[in-house]
Design a protein around this ligand. Structure first.
Ligand SMILES: C[C@H](O)[C@H](O)[C@@H](O)[C@@H](O)C(=O)O
Ligand SMILES: [Mg+2]
Length: 394
């Protein structure tokens, strides 16, 4: 059968949750006080939106094929991403066969190398890549996981990220990841408060439930080492993203410093096979956590995951909803997943990219059955009432 070609690519922006899940209103746990590299500035300590964590917003990429099928991908990139798609990447996509994803990815990456490499450009390339895989699945009438080798297990198992690991335990998740509240700028009193919070949570959840700290790039090796040793008493399973992404040397040192058995995990703000090669060859971490909407998409995650497998590293993608579920279910070295609790008080399960996607599966009792993913492509569509804007055209 002659494969259709791509007739048009379109880039839209939308605010309020969605793929840019930090773009929330007042009172949401994800915008409470959380330790960040900006916490040393008191004026930027209370809320991450104050320094612009939600400045980008969501990018929605649509690719329409000559046979009428439309593929959709979403990521954190907003208007900047829309510009890159419409003014630069479109030339590598339109007119191409829907099957030629590898070539389209290679051209997008190398054509933007002079200003990309990581960050918003790789977020944008990831968004296009997700749309291309979604389109190919729709044309072939297959879920993405079937094009990646198929499920290796019957269900996805999740830990929950949010302010209430105690409630997450009652909902059937296997663990709870707490955002670290106090930064090194709050000195020993802050460190003690962090550990007191962990101790309280451990008392609430008991011993056979994972507890983790997410430090969102905000610490230094000395503080992270003290935090890890203090947290060992409460069975901290891993310390996540303790340092800025480029401090490979610091991660390698931290990994040597932490108590035996405690994982040092990172990678959500890393991108491409080269970035993850550096993390693994410099012995920075136990588990890599690429975000499929930020690291280069499915096409690059295939390469990253194979490299990790050779290094006997687990690949536990950062919370990226259905876009990573199709990958995780097909990989032996991805035995569990993250679920971000996007309800404002982290007290109920709502779709991770709410309110953007129709058909977004959510864990029940901390699990999603592989069969829930058996729809063409990624099996989701943009909500009919999404207030999409198309800021640029080509
Ligand atoms: C909860 C963390 O502070 C971040 O908001 C989250 O996006 C990320 O680090 C995660 O691992 O989910
Ligand atoms: Mg994290």
């Amino acid at each position: 059968m002659a494969m259709p070609t791509i007739k048009q690519i379109r880039a839209y922006t939308v605010r309020g949750g969605g793929a840019d899940y930090h773009d929330q209103g007042e009172g949401h746990w994800i915008d409470s006080q959380i330790s960040t590299p900006m916490s040393k500035y008191p004026e930027y300590r209370a809320k991450r939106r104050s320094f612009g964590l939600n400045v980008l917003g969501t990018l929605v990429v649509e690719v329409e094929a000559s046979d009428g099928h439309i593929g959709v991908g979403v990521t954190t990139a907003g208007e900047l991403g829309a510009f890159i798609v419409e003014k630069h990447l479109a030339r590598f996509i339109e007119g191409q066969k829907v099957t030629d994803i590898e070539k389209m990815w290679d051209q997008m990456f190398h054509a933007t190398l002079f200003y990309g490499r990581k960050g918003i450009v790789l977020n944008t390339i990831s968004g296009v890549d997700l749309a291309l895989w979604d389109l190919l699945g729709k044309v072939r009438d297959e879920p993405v996981h079937a094009m990646l080798g198929g499920p290796v297990r019957d269900e996805l198992i999740f830990y929950a990220t949010g302010a209430r690991p105690d409630l997450a335990k009652d909902m059937g998740f296997i663990g709870g990841k707490l955002p670290l509240k106090h930064s090194p700028a709050e000195f020993d009193a802050g460190l003690k408060a962090n550990l007191d919070q962990l101790a309280d949570m451990r008392n609430r959840v008991g011993d056979d439930f994972w507890l983790m700290f997410d430090c969102w790039m905000s610490l230094d090796v000395e503080y992270a080492t003290r935090l890890a040793h203090g947290a060992a008493e409460y069975g901290l399973k891993w310390i996540e993203e303790a340092l800025p992404p480029d401090d490979y040397w610091g991660y390698a040192e931290l990994r040597r410093n932490v108590p035996p058995g405690m994982w040092v995990n990172t990678g959500e703000h890393e991108a491409t096979r080269w970035g993850f090669r550096m993390l693994m060859e410099m012995e920075c971490c136990d588990v890599i956590q690429p975000d499929v909407g930020w690291c280069g998409g499915v096409t690059e995650l295939i390469k990253i995951s194979a490299l990790a497998d050779a290094h006997q590293k687990l690949v536990i993608p950062h919370g990226s909803s259905v876009y990573s579920y199709h990958f995780v279910i097909t990989r032996h070295n991805s035995p569990f997943s993250e679920f971000l609790m996007m309800a404002p008080q982290a007290d109920e399960v709502v779709p991770m990219f709410t309110p953007l996607l129709e058909g977004e599966p959510v864990p029940e009792n901390g699990r999603i059955k592989a069969s829930a993913l058996d729809k063409p492509g990624f099996g989701v569509s943009i909500a009919a009432d999404a207030d999409l804007a198309r800021p640029y055209e080509h």
